[in-house]
Write a protein that binds this ligand. Sequence first.
Ligand SMILES: C[S@@+](CC[C@H](N)C(=O)[O-])C[C@H]1O[C@@H](n2cnc3c(N)ncnc32)[C@H](O)[C@@H]1O
Length: 206
Amino acid sequence: MAAVTLINGNAADFRGDADLIMTDPPYDLPGAELARILGGIRSDHLVLVTSMRQLMEFAAASDWRLSFDFVLDAVVPKDSKARHMPHYTHQTGVYMTRNGAKSRFDRRRRERSDTFDGKGFWPTVLRSPRNRNREHGMAKNLTAWTDILGSFNVASVVDPFAGSGTTGFAALDLGIDATLVEIDKAHCDRIERSLGFAGLPVRRAA
Ligand SMILES: C[S@@+](CC[C@H](N)C(=O)[O-])C[C@H]1O[C@@H](n2cnc3c(N)ncnc32)[C@H](O)[C@@H]1O
């Protein structure tokens, strides 16, 4: 059975490896800093939900190469008080590889929950409504996240900016081992509690 390893710590200090990095870092993290942090993780495959600004900085500072991009249709607008900023109703995602790695994406692996086609139709806009009721304001839509992860041929995943642990829940559903790193202790405690309530195996590392 797949398991989740939960680390309450700074992603910058994390050293490990996984078939895939799947993550959604804070959007105000400079792209060059993100490149440095992900550089400490041994993996040639990356699913990154990001802002266009962060992506451009990240691409310039790293050797990751774009395989394809997608859009999470968040449906509900992001709360924004700043008049000079639009209300984003979408988030940008990318699948990137490095070191010449062959793509692990296979759109026939999993039938998408938001499409009705048995032939592996994989439109690049994914229905992914924001759920304002979840305790972590940045929590990703679990159904969309599971659909994305399930479309990759991987046995392990690491999320260095775990938030509410969506990657861990998706991974367990799919039978994939997950390592979650989250700097905020309260978020970690919440992930541990939710996994515990669900009776799922979680190992807390220092
Ligand atoms: C956008 S949220 C991730 C949301 C997550 N995808 C989910 O579905 O819940 C980013 C998370 O990264 C965490 N974080 C920020 N800087 C970090 C760091 N240096 N190391 C580890 N976690 C960090 C924040 O506390 C926050 O929970």
